[in-house]
Structures are given as C-alpha cells and as structure tokens.
Write a protein that binds this ligand. Structure first.
Ligand code: TRP
Ligand code: SF4
Length: 329
C-alpha cells in the first residue's frame, strides 16, 4: 500500500444505535477526515469490557447497529477501514508488550480512571483491565502508526499517556512508533430534548435516521429557552438546544433569522422548530434509507467488516514484525 497520507485511528465502544450527538460530535468529523487521510475506524469491543464485563451479550448486536450508523452517516468502507478490535489479535499482543514498560503511577494518575471509578459505583472497578485501559488504547493507535487521533476532550489525557508510552518504547528499543496527537476539531454542540447533554442514558436523544414522525414529535416537544414561557416573551437562543441544531442544519440566513426573531419574540418556538424540521427531516430520511438498505443485506455488511478486519490485520501484522524485531523477540 503506497501511502504518504497521514494515518488516522479512532474507535468507539459498541453501545448500539447512534444519535445526533455522536453524529455531530464525532462522526461527521470522521467523514471529513476520509478525504486526505488513511483512516481506521473500529469497534472498541474489548474496551467495552473494561466497564461492562458483565453485559457481553449486548456487544455483537450493538456493534452491528453502530457500523450501520457509521456508513449511514457517510463513512465510506471502500476508503476508510472499518474493523473490529477483537478480530485483530495484534491489539492484545501489543498491549501486553506495552504493559511491560508502563509505570503503574501513570495509569493511576489518569483523570478518567479516578472519575469513572468514583461515578460507576454500582460495579467493582478495582480491576487490572480497567486500570490498563490506556495501554490497550495506545496499542490500538500505534499499531497503525497513527499520528492523528480524533477524540473528544475527555480523551486528551489518555493520548498524553500514549505519547509517554511511545517515547519510553522508542527510547528502549528504537524509533518504531510516531507520537500520536489528538485531533480536536471543535465539535458542534448538541443538546438533548430535555436541555441536557444528548445521551442515550438520559433518554433525551434523537437517533440517526429516526423516522420523520418521531423526529418531529421529539423536536416539537423539546425544551427551549425556559424563560420563554409565552409566545410574546423574548428568548435567548444561546441557551436553547433548537438553536444549536439550527446552527448545524440551517443556512446562515436562517440562523440569523432565528437569532434575531427569537430575541424580539418575532417568532414563536413552534415556528422556529418547524423551520428546523425542514432541514433536519430530509437528512434523517437520507440516513434512514441508507440504514434500511444496509440492514436488508446483512451478508453484505458482514463481508464489509471481514474485509476491513483483513486490511487492519495486514497493517497490524507488519507493525508487530517490526516490534518483535526491535525488541529482539
Ligand atoms: N477510549 C475511547 C472511548 O472510550 C475509545 C477508544 C479506544 C479509542 N481505543 C481508541 C479512541 C483509540 C481513539 C483511539 O470513547
Ligand atoms: Fe429556541 Fe427558537 Fe424558541 Fe428561540 S425561538 S427559544 S431559538 S426554539
């Protein structure tokens, strides 16, 4: 594969169908990156085990839905490599080797390690796999020699750790890996229908390709500026989730129209929402059609993923040859 293009790797835990928060927070950025980069996007199914080791039956079906949504959102499996982490065993081998040189203190200091352990109190997370999560994540990235990793702000500390591990590895054994940098494109803000961050667990999300009927219902019932109790009350678009969606879906003239007329009570929230739906609905429809076409041919999807797994394996195997040679194994 003659390639001078920068390599991008990113993964997502398979949690099922994706929503507009995933689309505008991560996926549309992945879609853009396909143009000038060699992209590897994977299902982080082993990562899912680090916090949900007791719910393994949900992983496979959730993964299918996720891949369908990736493609519906515009990821082109002919250009980007879509694969499943656990189907490329080199991730485990490299994680094991990197674990030999990763100091415990680095892992214990990771902010998300502390935060998640404090927040997920319904389960025991005093586990080796959970602590070692950033080591596996580092393996995911450097196996493909990625230099750019599109992640959310919450993952930046992990990447810092990845770079430290890479420096230590290269220092011991020779320069095998480039240092991965986070690609922090400012993600468009998407709030859920209740005004909080859009999240499946809050029950406030709109799924990718959700049918027109239910998309419409959710939008029409969505919370707006809470200070706009009556039609004649002026509103503040900056605190309204509908306005954030306008910024994503509507043209600049419409955004300006909303901004101005919300503040003067020139329009009501119902007018504003209808205007949004004019743009949102066709986009949802397009994704719904793509989803249905993919779901109607499950064999094709399997084949695509097999192909992606094979492409990923070839790259991973070549890197592991270099790693073993460098380590004299
Ligand atoms: N840590 C990411 C998350 O939980 C998923 C992930 C695993 C990942 N390996 C990765 C992201 C490698 C980017 C690169 O969301
Ligand atoms: Fe939100 Fe639009 Fe209502 Fe303003 S008019 S509060 S932007 S829905």
């Amino acid at each position: 594969m003659p390639t001078a293009r920068p390599v991008v790797v990113s993964g997502m835990r398979p949690t099922g169908r994706l929503h507009l928060g995933h689309l505008h927070g991560a996926l549309s950025n992945w879609v853009r990156l396909q143009e000038g980069h060699d992209c590897f996007f994977f299902s982080a199914d082993w990562h899912a085990l680090t916090t949900s080791y007791h719910q393994t039956d949900a992983i496979r079906p959730a993964e299918r839905e996720m891949f369908v949504d990736f493609i519906a959102a515009g990821i082109d499996p002919a250009r980007a490599t879509l694969f499943v982490q656990s189907q490329v065993k080199e991730h485990a081998e490299l994680a094991l080797l990197l674990g030999m040189i990763t100091p415990l203190g680095w892992l214990e200091r990771s902010p998300s390690y502390k935060e998640i352990r404090e927040n997920l109190t319904d389960r025991d997370l005093a586990l080796y796999g959970f602590l070692g999560y950033p080591v596996l994540m580092t393996a995911d990235i450097v196996l493909y020699k990625a230099t750019r990793v599109p992640v959310g702000a919450d993952q930046v500390a992990h990447l810092e750790l990845s770079r430290e591990i890479v420096r230590k590895f290269n220092g011991h054994y020779g320069a095998v890996f480039p240092e991965p940098q986070p690609l922090l494109t400012e993600a468009a803000k998407v709030v859920g229908t209740d005004g909080r961050k859009m999240s499946k667990s809050y029950g406030n999300s709109i799924e990718l390709g959700e049918p027109a009927e239910s998309t419409r219902k959710k939008i029409m019932a969505a919370v707006t500026d809470p200070a706009r109790k009556r039609r004649q009350d002026p509103g503040n678009p900056e605190v309204c989730g509908i306005f954030y969606l306008h910024r994503i879906y509507s043209d600049p003239a419409t955004v300006a129209w909303v901004d101005g007329n919300c503040r003067t009570a020139g329009i009501g929230c119902v007018d504003c929402k209808r205007k949004l739906l004019e743009r949102l609905e066709p986009d949802q429809e397009r994704m719904r059609e793509r989803r249905e076409a993919l779901l109607a041919r499950p064999g094709d999807l399997d084949e695509l993923i097999q192909l992606g797994n094979g492409r990923a394996r070839a790259v991973a195997a070549a890197t592991m040859d270099q790693v073993r040679a460098a380590m004299k194994l």
